[in-house]
Structure formats: C-alpha cells, structure tokens
Design a protein around this ligand. Structure first.
Ligand SMILES: [Zn+2]
Length: 342
C-alpha cells in the first residue's frame, strides 16, 4: 500500500510517499481501507518529535480516519468486510481500573492513533475492532473523518468536565480551530450562550455562522472586557481554553464566580501564571481534559449522523500532497478541518 511515512523527525518536508507492506489483521483487529483522514495539530507535534509522543521510525501519522472495512481478524464477529466506518482515535486497554470505570481516556496505556500505532495517512490502517464504529450511508467519508478527535475533546470539555447547562454563558477561545468549531456547535446544541474569539473578520463571521451569539477579535480587543460587557459584568460560566499563555489572563479574567476554565491544549506555550487569591475567593475551577471516552464518542456519532452536529471542512488534499496539507495547517489561516484523501 501507499503511505505517507517519515524516517526522521522534523517538519512536513521530512514526509514522503512510499510503498510499504499491507497491514495484516491480528486477532481482534480490523483492516480499514482509508477513504479520508483529517489532520490535527497533534500530527505536527508527533512529526517534530519529543518525549510526549515517542514513536518508532518510520512512522505514519493520522488520528481521524474513516473508510471501509477490508478484513477482520479472528474473534471479530460484529463487523464485516465492506462496512462503512469511522475509527475512534483513542486506543485503550479496556482492562485497567480506569477503563473498567468508564474513563477509558485515562487508561494506563492510552495512546492516540497515529501517535503510537501507525495512523491514517495511508491507503490502509490496522486498528482494534473496539475502535471501529459503523456509519450511515448518508454521512460522507470526509465529514466522518473530520469529527472524532475535535468533537470528542470539545464534548468532554464542555459537557462532561464543564457540566454545560442551557443557561450557561460560554467563552470559546480560538474559535477557528477544529476544537473551537466543535465547541460552538456543542454549546449551542445544549442551548447555551456563546461568545467566540478569533483573529480576523472572516473567522469571526464563520464563528457566527456556526451559531456564536457574539464574537470578539482577540487581536484588537480585550476578551475579558468584552466577556464582562456581554454578561452585564457577571462573567462567563465556562471558558473553553486550548491556546495557553497568549489568552490565559484574559480567559481567567472572564470567569464569573463559580466559573470553570477547561483546557485541552497549550498552543502558545506550556506555562501560565495564576493568582490563587482569585481562584479561591471566586471559587473558580481550573480543569484539564484529555480527549474523551468511548461512550461520549458513541453519543456524538448519533448527533453527527442525525446532522445535529457537523464537522466544518476547510479543505481537502490528495494524500500525495500531504506536505502541502501540513504546511497549510501550520499557517493557521484556515477555519475547520483539513482532510487527506488517499
Ligand atoms: Zn485501560
């Protein structure tokens, strides 16, 4: 099969299209013929290399995959060749205490497809059968590939960690990202009020089109100032964070008493300052989120299939143009997901 592989860490220029042996299914595995694979910033971090994502080389990236089942391994009885499917990006053991407690995103051996196992930047991918979800014919492969990682993360942040309610005021920081576009839709689906931040008029307009009630250009205006004005000085109940130092003070400063800040990323750096007096006197909660659970993905897929939620696709590229696709993502000028088509 053809696959986009890299033999050394670096930038998009280190990736090349190569012919590699077809994957064979072990017991409990499924081979999926890839029809679409969405890009994530995670891919660039794995490609760059570092202690957080140790991978063997050569390696194939790609966490978000949809396709058609080509073969099933021994012991797989509920899936069959020819089925249209989407792949859950989180790989868990389903045997450890966390997994048994339904927190499979906190599994002792948790990994993400393409960040340990070979991923979907290829014509075929091998995954555990428990990671494979059938999808309806009405769901295009591009849209199926574009939703899992971002919608799962955003759902886990807002609904599970944030306890999202329909009367909540929600600040979505970095609305043009994949998780941001998912967060706006999930918050609106639950009836909450959404203030979205972005850094250009075009992106702000797209955030509004997705349902944001109000927007703020964070390159021009103070997010906290706008958030306070928007809530009649009250502040927001939930801040959806993944940017880090560049927006942190503004994000914390936007919270209402009892508010929750939930973060899933650190795009602009790993360290922030926090005034503890502010945290205890206002009873703020600072929460982390790592992907989400299999049960949450099941719920989200139902809503994607029913067209209640929809992954926004910025652009598709053929697999052969994988370098251009990654460079396009690096430039951060897009709104929504970038999808590779083998
Ligand atoms: Zn486990």
């Amino acid at each position: 099969m053809k696959a986009a592989i890299f033999k050394e860490h670096g930038g998009p220029e280190t990736i090349q299209i190569a012919t590699v042996p077809d994957p064979k299914p072990d017991a409990g595995d499924v081979i999926v013929q890839v029809k679409a694979c969405a890009l994530n910033h995670l891919d660039l971090w794995v490609l760059k290399g570092g202690p957080a994502y140790p991978v063997g080389l050569p390696h194939v990236l790609g966490a978000d995959v949809s396709g058609v089942i080509e073969a099933v391994g021994k012991g797989v009885s509920d899936l069959k060749r020819g089925q249209r499917v989407v792949i859950a990006p989180g790989v868990s053991c389903f045997q450890c205490d966390r997994c048994k407690a339904g927190q499979d995103n906190l599994c002792e051996t948790y990994s993400i497809l393409g960040a340990k196992l070979w991923g979907g930047y290829a014509e075929k991918v091998k995954v555990p059968a428990v990671n494979v979800f059938p999808i309806p014919d009405s769901l295009p492969f591009e849209e199926a590939a574009a939703f899992p990682l971002t919608f799962l993360t955003a759902w886990h942040m807002l609904v599970t960690r944030g306890g999202l309610k329909r009367w909540h005021y929600v600040l979505v920081v970095g609305a043009s990202s994949g998780v941001g576009t998912a967060a706006i839709q999930i918050a609106k689906l639950h009836g909450a009020f959404v203030l979205a931040t972005a850094t250009s008029d075009e992106k702000l307009q797209q955030a509004r089109a997705l349902g944001a009630d109000a927007v703020v250009d964070s390159s021009k205006d103070s997010i906290a100032h706008v958030a306070r004005a928007w809530t009649q000085k009250r502040g927001v109940d939930i801040v959806f964070e993944h940017v880090g130092p560049a927006t942190w003070d503004q994000s914390v400063g936007s919270l209402a008493p009892g508010g929750r800040l939930i973060t899933c990323g650190a795009t602009t750096g790993p360290e922030v300052k926090l005034d503890l007096r502010y945290v205890f006197s206002r009873e703020l909660a600072i929460l982390g989120a790592r992907m989400g659970t299999r049960a949450e993905l099941h719920d989200i897929l139902s809503l994607i299939a029913a067209k209640k939620l929809r992954a926004k696709i910025a652009k598709t590229f053929p697999l052969a143009d994988v370098r251009a696709a990654l460079e396009y993502m690096e430039q951060r000028r897009h709104f929504g997901k970038i999808v590779l088509i083998p």
